[in-house]
Design a protein around this ligand. Sequence first.
Ligand code: MN
Ligand code: MN
Length: 501
Amino acid sequence: MTDDKTLAAQVSELRDKLRAWKQIKLEKEKRKMSDDKDTKDKKFSVWSEYTDDDKAAMEQLAAGYIDFISRCKTERESVVEAVKRAEAVGYKNLDDVIKSGGKLAAGDKVYSVCMKKTVALFQIGTEPLENGLKILGAHIDTCRLDLKQNPLYEDSGLAYLDTHYYGGIKKYQWVTLPLAMHGVVVKKDGRVIEIVIGEDAGDPVFCVTDLLIHLSQEQLKKTADKVIEGEKLDILVGNYPLKENDKESVKRGVLKLLKDKYDIDEEDFISAELALVPAGKARELGFDRSMVLGYGQDDRVCSYTSLVAMLEAANQTFGKTACCLLVDKEEIGSYGATGMKSRFFANTLAELLNACGQYSELALRRALRNSFMLSSDVSSAFDALYASAFEKRNVAYLGKGMVFNKFTGSRGKSGSSDANAEYVGKLRGILDKHNVKYQFSELGKVDLGGGGTIAYMMAEYGMEVIDSGVAVLSMHAPWEATSKIDIYETKKGYAAFLAEI
Ligand code: MN
Ligand code: MN
């Protein structure tokens, strides 16, 4: 009896516990649902607040952006376009100012180009340069397939160009797409032949082939990182033999065409920089045309919006000198003379100080240390199809405004420059004052991976710097997606930064 009673008591106790536990679980779920709703409500309010003027301005910016990324697919092309636009609003080449012994003063606007691949624009402010600059920085290099230096070969009656991919790509995404060739071939005498093939409607295009599904049993057992190997990313470029049954006749046919049309010899590939990029224009995406599908939006979406914000301010008077810095080589670690790790920026700033009659080593160091920067790069947008890669409360959403990453890096914030809370607070004040819609996010879930930007290199000078930019879907894929709203809000954010900091 006693035993039974104890057993009954135990069962009832367990039942109570279970009930309480269920209750807690239920409440937790309810709370989570309402939290989710709260976050959603907050984040979904951007578009509904737009006036007709906002919408018109947004569409105008998006159209300009679509045109820009459709035409400028390499860093060289982007630099040419940036310089053209800068000169149109009164910018002068800093090298010309230096050569002519000219002096710069408040209100003057100059640009400096590094090896045709990186460009810095400056609008001199009324304060001494040693008070620091306000810098908008982004990168203009993008993932692609670069030709090797001995690229051309023939196999089984087909001519190919061998490539080495540039940047972090999922190789399987780059097969069977129409590809265009952009770049330069430099002759021994220094002549530079510019190449763009595959963008005009009448142009031929190129492609990497893939194995037909019918014979892919073995291939499809491979993991996705191996299913297309780097050495298999060779470009199909010809099939007509110059003379039937001759050895390497197709290859010779291609070479004859290159010679006749472009005056390029086979050895000239040695001194060439030729890239294969997805062919064709960027497009509006979706029934509602709310988004943009285009190549190389990482990071030309931040480059374009930074440039536009900078040039739109051409007639404003600034206290601190403003700078827009568009750099090369970010996708491969920012190395090289044209990457952010080079001395280009500091050296150019020294020249600027000198041209303003303010140069000293100390003034240069102070100018760098006292600067503020928005280091802009794309951020990963939440993708509902791959929800498990993201942490819903700390991820950017498409169409929810400009994105800030307090830190990037991976696995324990490793490699991150981690912006100071004081700087973040200051920026929040500026953004709110100018009614800029923004969101703070991380790249993905903790310990899942990560990425870096140019922020930490500028932070080494002791300046305040934070990662900001536009959210993108399918980052590093041949065609990436962004939202027009985010592009517009980000440009507004840059303008607010230039006006206030
Ligand atoms: Mn990037
Ligand atoms: Mn990237």
